[in-house]
Design a protein around this ligand. Structure first.
Ligand SMILES: Nc1ncnc2c1ncn2[C@@H]1O[C@H](COP(=O)(O)OP(=O)(O)OP(=O)(O)O)[C@@H](O)[C@H]1O
Length: 613
């Protein structure tokens, strides 16, 4: 749909340099919470400093450099982003500079996505969804869209759908029978938002089962009467509030298992890998690495616009440093992270990316263009998670007769069963296994620079197995350290800054509490042998768990590199994972893929042996 309004032209001019890059990566430093502002001197020493390049000088990129660490620090971490909004910049500023120009693009026929990414507690929800007294970017966008479309000649319908991705399962947050609701006023939108903003993911789940960390998305579909008659897909504006990144080692304090946390982080890496691939014109864009990237696939790449809002904690936080390093890497501006393959692939044209299954808006093949937004989303979801439970959290209550009539015409057209062959527009290129660029999501021990140093990324962008095994060793050490045989590592509290729960001090030093000392004393061994035997059994269990975790999450390419797995078994493992997100919980489960107990033992021995190569 291309709507021509006087305002849209003006907005395009305002868009400035952002249109030139596929994925624009900007930082947003969270404001202090009331609690933090109340601490005397709590906000006097900024942890993050933003330096802007000279727009009129030789460097016209308009980029900014963010550095972490106060003035007294001997070491400073410095990263470059496209822009960075500071603590005093409210959502209104971010909206007018970053989001409003995208609305104009959407009304001109493209899709746009605004994705908030950051450590836990970094202000993602505040920015995207808003709070009780402050509007978020999504509500501001709806208000602007409604205002810009109200005076156009042809009737325009705006409808929304909300979803949540938790543990690789996709949930509709509206009624699954009416997964979309037309919106005719901002107050109507706020009513609908209750399912998005409140923790009411599922009426069928008990509080204990409720998701703690999940990705939440809003799709705003905009269609004109012409689009509806011609069965043309509506244009979409996505807002995604990603689950907060947190080092897997620390997640266990919330009762989140390593596997669960790993899965969350893996899906975050999947997003970052797609962003990186788009920004470096990688030949293959790894959309299929995560559920979310598959949902968003239609709106990423091609001539669509993506804004990655990197939310940054204003107080020292190790996870924020890590997030900033990943964002900067995807921003591809410092040059420090470029691999030779990425450099080579810079030569690839946009067309090559389009061949990957993300055709330009309005130039999609016929079968695909027959899909309306609802069908596209529903069918994609059906394919992505055939067996995912679709749970309703709110009821669809159309407010506007007109709008609901138009929307129902979509629903009628969508009555045909999903066509699996076309809905994801899977081309052979897409089916090819996509390599991970960052492929060990539960890594919290090394920063991205160290990753590149230690894990030389090979031609296809995936670290060699030996490097991954080295990481397993690191994780084993960490896991061993967290078993009851050892002193538990309580998180050090940042008392001086008022202690935000989700933040950890950089390079925390772990104080030994009285309880810890008692724990140490309780664990007494009658002999060094008993101690060795008990501890090494723990290590063995950890290795088994890590290995199973690897099988539950690795890509096909990585699976086939394991001796004893092979192509067929790797395919079968992936199929099992389609049915159940975590098919391997015990070693015996490997018999599902035709491995005898002897073969499993052999595999484990080889795995353990490789750790000492
Ligand atoms: N700009 C701001 N000014 C003041 N307080 C803020 C701001 N942004 C966020 N906060 C507060 O900081 C806390 C964390 O914010 P928020 O919930 O948005 O973080 P988050 O990144 O979504 O967290 P999570 O990863 O756990 O979902 C909240 O109490 C929120 O009200």
């Amino acid at each position: 749909m291309a709507l021509s309004t006087p305002d849209s032209n003006r907005l395009k001019l305002n868009a400035g340099p952002r249109i030139s890059r596929r994925v624009r990566i900007v930082g947003k430093i969270r404001g202090f919470t009331d609690q933090q502002s109340a601490i005397p001197g709590g906000d006097s020493k900024p942890w993050i400093t933003v330096s802007r390049s000279q727009e009129n000088g030789s460097d016209s990129s308009g980029k900014v450099t963010i550095s972490f660490g106060d003035e007294g620090s001997s070491r400073k971490d410095v990263y470059e982003l496209d822009n960075c909004y500071e603590q005093d910049d409210d959502n209104g500023i971010v909206f007018s500079i970053e989001v409003k120009p995208l609305i104009s693009e959407v009304l001109s026929g493209r899709n746009a996505s605004i994705i908030a990414y950051g450590a836990r507690g970094s202000g993602k929800t505040h920015t995207i969804q808003g709070s009780v007294d402050k509007q978020g970017l999504a509500a501001m966008a709806i208000a602007e869209i409604l205002s810009q479309t109200k005076d156009v000649e042809k009737a325009v319908v705006v409808f929304v759908s909300f979803y949540e991705v938790f543990q690789d399962h996709v949930y509709d947050l509206l009624d699954p029978n009416h997964p979309e609701a037309t919106v005719d006023s901002i107050s109507h939108f706020h009513d609908l938002c209750a399912c998005w903003t409140a923790p009411c993911y599922s009426a069928q789940k008990t509080p204990l089962q409720m998701p703690k960390r999940s990705h939440k998305g809003l799709m705003i579909h905009i269609a004109s009467a012409d689009d509806i008659q011609g069965s043309k897909r509506p244009n979409v504006m996505n807002f995604v509030d990603l689950a907060g990144y947190e080092d897997s080692r620390r997640s266990s304090k919330d009762g989140i298992s390593l596997t669960e946390s790993t899965r969350i982080n893996k899906s975050l890496y999947a997003i970052m890998n797609v962003v990186y691939a788009l920004n470096t014109n990688e030949k293959r864009v790894p959309y299929r690495e995560g559920k979310l990237t598959r949902i968003l696939q239609e709106s990423l790449g091609g001539s669509n616009h993506v804004l990655l809002l990197t939310c940054l904690n204003p107080i020292p936080c190790q996870d924020t440093l890590y997030v900033a390093s990943l964002a900067s890497r995807s921003c591809q501006s410092t040059g420090q992270i470029l691999t030779s393959s990425a450099m080579k692939s810079k030569k690839h044209t946009n067309q090559q990316v389009r061949l990957m299954g993300t055709p330009l808006s309005g130039k999609k093949n016929n079968s695909a263009s027959n899909l309306t937004g609802r069908k596209l989303f529903s069918e994609r979801k059906a394919v992505i998670s055939k067996q995912d439970e679709v749970i309703s959290a709110t009821k669809f209550k159309p407010r506007s007769k007109n709008a609901s009539t138009i929307a129902s015409s979509f629903h009628k057209k969508d009555a045909s069963p999903p066509n699996k062959a076309t809905d994801l527009e899977v081309t052979p290129e897409v089916l090819c296994d996509v390599k991970e660029i960052i492929s060990f999501p539960d890594d919290g021990t090394v920063g991205i620079e160290k990753k590149n140093e230690d894990m030389s990324i090979d031609k296809v962008g995936s670290p060699p197995l030996s490097a991954r095994l080295r990481e397993i060793t690191n994780n084993l050490r960490l896991l061993e350290a967290s078993t009851p045989l050892h002193v538990l590592m309580p998180k050090q509290l940042d008392v001086s800054h008022g202690n935000l729960d989700s933040c950890d001090i950089i390079e925390p030093k772990t104080p030994k509490t009285e309880t810890d000392v008692r724990t140490l004393e309780i664990v007494k061994y009658s002999s060094p042998w008993e101690k060795f035997h008990t501890r090494s059994s723990g290590v063995k269990n950890c290795l088994v768990q890590e290995y199973l975790n690897f099988l539950n999450t690795a890509s096909k390419e990585e699976l086939t590199r394991i001796k004893g797995i092979g192509e067929k078994r790797a395919t079968y493992i992936l199929e099992l994972r389609e049915e159940s997100p975590e098919p391997f919980k015990r070693l015996e489960d490997l018999q599902e893929v035709g491995l005898s107990a002897k073969e499993v033992n052999g595999l484990m021995r080889r795995m353990a042996g490789q750790l000492f190569i």
